[in-house]
Design a binder for this molecule. Structure first.
Ligand SMILES: Cc1cc2nc3c(=O)[nH]c(=O)nc-3n(C[C@H](O)[C@H](O)[C@H](O)COP(=O)(O)OP(=O)(O)OC[C@H]3O[C@@H](n4cnc5c(N)ncnc54)[C@H](O)[C@@H]3O)c2cc1C
Length: 438
């Protein structure tokens, strides 16, 4: 699989069990030779069937006959498409087949399959009934990977949009003609077009820095020789992975839509590519755990679950950065400091309210995750500003970073105020309507 000759798939979802995998029905029966026969139907399986590689290794969640109910009764099985002989050559076809291919909104080049397992030979991976934990060993990398898929779509959309905005001539600048030799000015002169382009640029570059930060923590957690550093990084990864998955992909949709908008009607027309990016990025908010579930994971398991300790690790690091930064960075560190204070207060507020009403966490979580994301990007932008400051006169790269950092603090970070207001409105207004009144 590492050499790219074989592909893999992850078979978790069933028609009646997506988020709630505890309800899966796929069964695994133990056999005399130590293997299992796996039977059941999975849906929405990425790369479930194709002929791009000579074999496909399916990792399948299933239940053993005596398994306890719910998520604690799930085991993980390795089920090859073609059996593998002792000498490594391929043998008989295992009874795993594609029932149909889903017709999707986007990612048309990816085969999303219904997969039928009819007493297919499988091998237990890890311990019985510990399958979810075994599958989750890949999850932090997967989730960061999906976050980066969202970011990449936004970046591609930006690159198309910036080229178009320099080229497309429409109307004159409000401050007077800029391209006097032309019939009109390029649309990049218009404030609203600049707002769209800079929102894309600041989101993409902030996201690139943040995903690199999380990836660095993943590497430290896995490869550092220092046990304390590994533990700290592991806790930061636990905290930040749901933010990376959900925030990068939510902003991925916003930025691809903005990139489409910059092209006006041409953004809606297939040949320019912008509409495809909007369609393709949409899945990133849904698969690998919906963004709503990522937000619950952040608030419930990571913040409440660690008694606030994981959050403090990140907040303390930012406060240390602010303390170490020189006076020349105050235009960035002052609003950053206010954003951290704000998130401290918001975190305490939700945790306190949640004690009295279990609906409060779910009511706050998505907007809380966004407030967290904007604060985390502010930290990234302050660090980028620190690296750029003083070098902007000689190098356009740094001038561009510094200008974008200033845009981020002026125009995007203030979004936390509206998010705060929504979070603090609590769950009450969500439950005013009886189900029948919807
Ligand atoms: C193109 C594509 C590729 C995919 N690839 C794979 C794959 O390779 N392998 C695989 O196993 N699966 C795959 N999936 C499935 C995907 O992971 C699921 O669709 C996803 O996890 C959501 O499950 P669901 O569709 O059953 O939605 P549901 O779980 O029914 O959720 C519906 C809505 O309810 C919300 N919701 C559910 N429970 C809660 C809760 N407790 N609190 C708050 N809100 C809740 C969700 O956030 C969502 O908005 C793929 C899906 C698609 C569309």
């Amino acid at each position: 699989m590492y050499s790219g000759e074989w592909a893999g798939s992850m078979c978790l979802t069933e028609a009646h069990a997506g988020t709630d995998l505890g309800m899966i029905r796929t069964k695994a029966e133990p056999q005399a030779d130590g293997s299992y026969t796996v039977s059941g139907t999975k849906i929405f399986i990425t790369g479930g069937e194709h002929d791009l590689t000579e074999n496909i290794i399916h990792l399948v969640l299933a239940k053993l006959p005596d398994a306890p109910a719910g998520p604690k009764g799930i085991s993980l099985f390795l089920v090859p498409k073609f059996m593998v002989n002792a000498d490594g050559s391929l043998g008989a076809r295992n009874p795993v087949s594609c029932g149909s291919i889903e017709h999707k909104m986007g990612i048309q080049a990816s085969a999303t399959c219904v997969m039928n397992f009819d007493e297919a030979v499988g091998y237990l991976v890890g311990e019985p009934n510990r399958g979810l934990a075994a599958m989750f060993t890949m999850m932090n990398y997967e989730r960061l990977g999906v976050g980066i898929q969202g970011l990449a779509s936004g970046e591609r959309s930006y690159q198309n949009a910036i080229e178009y905005a320099r080229d497309r001539l429409q109307s004159r600048s409000p401050t007077g003609a800029q391209a006097k030799d032309k019939a009109a000015d390029p649309i990049i002169v218009h404030p609203d077009v600049r707002r769209m382009l800079l929102t894309m640029k600041a989101s993409n570059e902030g996201g690139r820095a943040f995903s690199t930060y999380v990836a660095t923590q993943l590497d430290i957690a896995k490869f550092s020789d220092d046990a304390a550093a590994r533990e700290r990084a592991d806790n930061l990864v636990a905290l930040l992975t749901p933010v990376a998955k959900a925030f990068l992909t939510d902003l991925g949709l916003e930025t691809t839509v903005l990139g489409q908008q910059v092209l006006g009607g041409h953004g809606y027309i297939r040949e320019w590519g912008q509409e495809q990016l909007v369609r393709d990025v949409r899945i990133t908010q849904i698969y690998e755990g919906t963004n709503g579930i990522q937000a619950l994971d952040l608030m419930g398991r990571k913040i409440v679950g660690s008694g606030g300790a994981f959050y403090r690790l990140f907040a303390d690091e930012i406060r240390q950065f602010i303390a170490d930064a020189g006076a020349e960075l105050v235009e960035f560190t002052k609003p950053l400091s206010a954003a951290v204070d704000n998130l401290d207060e918001l975190t305490a507020w939700v945790l306190d309210r949640a004690k009295a009403n279990p609906n409060e966490i779910g009511a706050a979580s998505v907007e809380y995750l966004h407030a967290f994301g904007y604060m985390a990007y502010a930290y990234m932008w302050a660090r980028m500003a620190k690296a750029a400051l003083g070098k902007e006169a000689e190098d356009d790269f740094y001038a561009s970073k510094l200008g974008t950092a200033r845009f981020y603090f002026a125009r995007l970070l203030p979004r936390i105020h509206s998010l705060n207001a929504s979070v603090k409105a609590g769950s009450e207004s969500l439950f005013l309507l009886d189900e029948a009144l919807f």
